[in-house]
Design a protein around this ligand. Structure first.
Ligand SMILES: [Zn+2]
Length: 178
């Protein structure tokens, strides 16, 4: 498995917007990044039936995966803080990095300007990212990679039913921090 880009490595010195845009040059890169976090073992899990007999569809926007068992399209957004958002995953990924690697905190005005999204959207986005990160503040250390810390939070926001369906052992904060 290729080494994932980790914001943990750049945490101590912060990260520039330029570096971020280079890390996530397009939507597909960002989607793959989120998928690698949400589906730990690299298999897309159908959120409806929990099936792993799935495949990626061509031009599958906004639902890039399809389940062979229940024949529905799905994406990694389901059951996470990304669900129901019209913000692109590229913008989400950059926002997560900005929030997680900023020592002084990131304002919704900054996200609004940097990402070109509305200020109310930026504000809601910020709330979700902060809540995903908040519960991990006690255990946060330099050794815990930001993406995995945040994912713990993202995973916790899932409905209980989705958590169980996803149950392939490697999802969630507990597994990450264990
Ligand atoms: Zn299914």
């Amino acid at each position: 498995m290729p080494q994932r880009n980790s914001p943990g490595k750049s945490h101590s010195k912060g990260i520039t917007l330029l570096e971020l845009f280079e890390m996530f040059p397009d939507e597909t890169t960002a989607r793959k990044w989120f998928e690698s976090i949400i589906w730990k073992d690299g298999v897309a899990v159908c959120h409806r039936c929990g099936g792993t007999n799935t495949y990626e569809v061509a031009n599958g926007k906004p639902l890039p995966h399809k389940c062979r068992t229940c024949r529905k399209h799905f994406s990694a957004r389901h059951g996470t803080i990304l669900e129901g958002s019209h913000i692109s995953l590229r913008q989400w990924a950059i926002a997560v990095y900005l929030v997680a690697t900023s020592r002084k905190g990131v304002s919704s005005m900054k996200l609004h300007r940097d990402l070109g999204i509305s200020q109310p959207s930026a504000w809601r986005m910020l709330l979700k990212i902060r809540s995903a990160l908040a519960d991990d503040s006690d255990v946060y250390t330099g050794t815990v990679e930001v993406d995995e810390t945040c994912v713990g939070g993202i995973e916790k926001n899932k409905h209980e039913s989705n958590k169980l369906k996803a149950g392939r052992g490697a999802v969630g904060k507990t597994a990450v921090l264990a």
